[in-house]
Each structure stands twice: as structure tokens, then as C-alpha cells.
Design a protein around this ligand. Structure first.
Ligand code: CA
Length: 217
């Protein structure tokens, strides 16, 4: 899924980015409040991980401004252990959840997935679609009890379609879910991944709506 990490400490940002990208997420990085506000204004993120102490201001102000603008993107604030008042202020400003630094990367990842699912209105983790049993929390799926293994990018595409189940997703929305601002995107990248998914999952699972996009019916 497409994520935004707002974090100004280079080492921490590096390790979080590395971990989340290894899980197949397309993650943008904003090292300051201005970049974070600009990125949130133009991209549709599944979840934002927001540090509060930033060099040019507070993440809290970014959050307040986005909420005021009607932005409902799930936001997970990252706060220091002793900053309980920060956590309260963040939740009051419209944050959906928080993690306490130093956080475990696997816990961060699980909280991101949970908040993204809630943001899509699909809080449950086990779903059945097109004869497939899917565990979105574990990023695994089965057909008739046999596990089908997907690469990280294949899963990212499938999960984006699953999050929009029953709605047509335009190719541009899938590109946005799969790639960051910094990725060089081949014009047919989405078609390539859809085709690989159909080979693994069965051709009927993803439908093409010509001129409109793709849908998981
Ligand atoms: Ca900071």
C-alpha cells in the first residue's frame, strides 16, 4: 500500500523505510512538516506515520491542517515514551492511533495494516473473495486450502483492489498504490502485475473495465 513516513531522524527513517519497502509497500519519506503537508495534499495514502517533533514545526500542526481540510487519511503518530501529553494532543487533533518510540518494526507494520483496513471500512482481516481465502493481516491467501505465494508488489496490487472491493480502481490509483514519487514507473507496470496475478489467482478474479480500470467483483 502507499504510505507516507514523516520522520526527521535519518537513521530511524532509513530503517523504517527499508523495513516497510521490504514488505512491498510504496513508501514516501517526508523529513519535515512542509514536505509532509505537500505530500498529503496530493497523494492518497493508505496510512501516514507521523513524527511530531520536526525541524520546521510540529507534526501536530500538519495533522490539524489536513483534518481541517477534510482529509480522513489514517494517521499513526510516533511519540517518545515519556510524552503522554503529546499522545493525547495527537489523538485530540485527529490521529487514529500511536506508536511509542523506540517501536518494534513488526508492531508498527501491524498497526499500519490495521489502521489502513479501518480507513477502507474493512476492519476484518479474514475475507473470502473469488473463491480465495485471504488473511490481510498476514498478507497470505489460499485457494481450496493451498497457499498461493505472491511477491510483495503482487500482494500490494491485490490488497489495493481488495481494499476497494466492488469499486473500479483506475490504473492511476493502482500506480499510486504501488509506486512512490521517486519510483520510475513503466507505462505498462500495472498491466504486467495484473497479468501475473491472473496467472496465479485465476483469470476471473480481477476484471478489466475497458477505459475505466480494474475491479475485484
Ligand atoms: Ca523528530
Amino acid at each position: 500500500m502507499r504510505l507516507l513516513l514523516v520522520e526527521d531522524t535519518p537513521e530511524l527513517a532509513h530503517s523504517v523505510l527499508h523495513f516497510l519497502r521490504s514488505e512491498g509497500h510504496a513508501v514516501d519519506h517526508a523529513p519535515d512538516a512542509a514536505t509532509a503537508a505537500a505530500a498529503m495534499a496530493v497523494a492518497d495514502y493508505a496510512c501516514v506515520i507521523l513524527d511530531l517533533g520536526l525541524p520546521d514545526g510540529s507534526g501536530l500542526e500538519v495533522l490539524k491542517a489536513r483534518r481541517k481540510a477534510g482529509d480522513r487519511t489514517p494517521v499513526l503518530i510516533a511519540t517518545a515514551r515519556d510524552q503522554i501529553s503529546d499522545r493525547i494532543a495527537g489523538l485530540d487533533a485527529g490521529a487514529d492511533d500511536y506508536v511509542v518510540k523506540p517501536f518494534d518494526l513488526r508492531e508498527l507494520s501491524a498497526r499500519i495494516r490495521a489502521n489502513a483496513r479501518r480507513g477502507q471500512g474493512i476492519p476484518e482481516t479474514r475475507v473470502t473473495v473469488g473463491g480465495l481465502e485471504v488473511d490481510r493481516a498476514a498478507a497470505r491467501l489460499w485457494r481450496a486450502g493451498d497457499e498461493i505465494r505472491l511477491t510483495a508488489r503482487e500482494w500490494a496490487l491485490f490488497d489495493a483492489l481488495l481494499g476497494a472491493r466492488g469499486r473500479v480502481l483506475p490504473k492511476s490509483a493502482l500506480e499510486e498504490a504501488l509506486f512512490t514519487f521517486d519510483d520510475a514507473v513503466e507505462g505498462n507496470a500495472v498491466e504486467v502485475y495484473v497479468s501475473r496475478l491472473r496467472q496465479k489467482l485465476g483469470s476471473e478474479v480481477i476484471e478489466t473495465r475497458r477505459g475505466l480500470g480494474y475491479i475485484l467483483p
